[in-house]
Design a protein around this ligand. Structure first.
Ligand SMILES: [Cu+2]
Length: 316
């Protein structure tokens, strides 16, 4: 009993009443650790390696997912083998750019906490100098802050996927070109050119899948250096768009919706329920689409039940 009371005291109990449903949700502290790693990473479906700067050797970095009210207890380690200082800027955090977001030298660490105030989908990235190069070389990722409950405007989806778009600059050391938006040859989706598009890249082995009529929710982040994204579902309409991923910011029946550099939004699509169809989720900016920013969503009764569910939403 005493232990139970202590547990209650150590959490903030929030009762949510939604119609007939009563749920108890506890604000919690979520521990996240990332290690900055300067390492080779494969950036296409053929296996081309690029001299990347990363969080934990991954592009994008690990997906952070919490519920509004939760506190993120974050530690950034900068591996002692690294040559550069690195940092992290969580767009979901309200903090001090010189303190929490400040640079960490190789062999050192930084620890801080933050409690997001708004549900949504957000970018995180390295902000160390030169920022364009740290982002272009791969230091970015996604944090989703879920609302406490679904609603009529923000229904529970059947499947969820995370897509992060970025620009690929093969000359990894040319920061001036990155700033001037010169020399980028491809778009990356979750770190790879045409990552989920076997139509445009015969080496692609992965696609997004859903069953006909399912509500598919795309958490989309624009990690480009200089290019806004015109996110469009070819052969579909966004049933709803949630600007910045916030359930309060709902738009209905959108064809294309702009995502600014360093921005993110959440996109729902529902395919026809009576037959198998396919959608191309793409940046309608042709310079990006034809360079890699197209993703195939296959709506088929044979859809793999494990895709887009149970943490399997950022497909590596
Ligand atoms: Cu960095």
């Amino acid at each position: 009993m005493k232990l139970f009371k202590m547990r209650i005291l150590s959490c903030i109990a929030i009762t949510i009443i939604t119609g007939a449903n009563i749920q108890m949700a506890f604000a919690k502290t979520v521990k996240i650790t990332m290690t900055a790693m300067e390492t080779g990473v494969v950036i296409d479906n053929k296996g081309t390696t690029y001299p990347a700067w990363t969080y934990d050797g991954l592009i994008p970095g690990k997906l952070v997912r919490i519920t509004i009210g939760d506190t993120v207890d974050f530690t950034l380690n900068n591996a002692k083998e690294n040559k550069k200082s690195h940092s992290i800027d969580f767009h979901a955090a309200e903090a001090d750019i010189l303190n929490e977001f400040g640079s960490v030298r190789p062999g050192h660490s930084k620890h801080f906490t933050f409690t997001p105030r708004f549900a949504g989908v957000y970018m995180y990235h390295c902000g160390s100098n030169p920022m364009a190069q740290h982002i272009a070389r791969g230091m970015y990722g996604v944090i989703i802050v879920d609302p406490k409950h679904y609603s009529k405007a923000y229904p529970k989806p059947d499947r969820e996927y995370v897509l992060v778009q970025s620009q690929y600059f093969p000359d990894a050391t040319n920061n001036v070109a990155m700033v001037e938006n010169k020399g980028w040859t491809h778009s990356l989706i979750n770190g790879k050119i045409f990552h989920y598009d076997p139509i445009h890249d015969s080496h692609a082995t992965k696609i997004l899948m859903a069953k006909p009529g399912e509500r598919v929710r795309i958490f989309f982040v624009n990690a480009n250096i200089n290019m806004p994204v015109s996110f469009h579902a070819t052969a579909g309409i966004w049933d709803r768009v949630f600007a910045n991923g916030n359930p309060e910011n709902v738009l209905y029946g959108m064809q294309t919706y702009g995502v600014p550099v360093g921005g993110a939004s959440t996109f729902d699509i529902i395919s026809p329920a009576d037959r198998d169809t396919n959608n191309a989720l793409m940046d309608h900016t042709m310079g990006a689409a034809q360079r890699g920013a197209i993703t195939l969503l296959m709506n088929t009764s044979g859809a793999n039940p494990r895709l887009g569910r149970n943490g399997n939403i950022l497909l590596r």
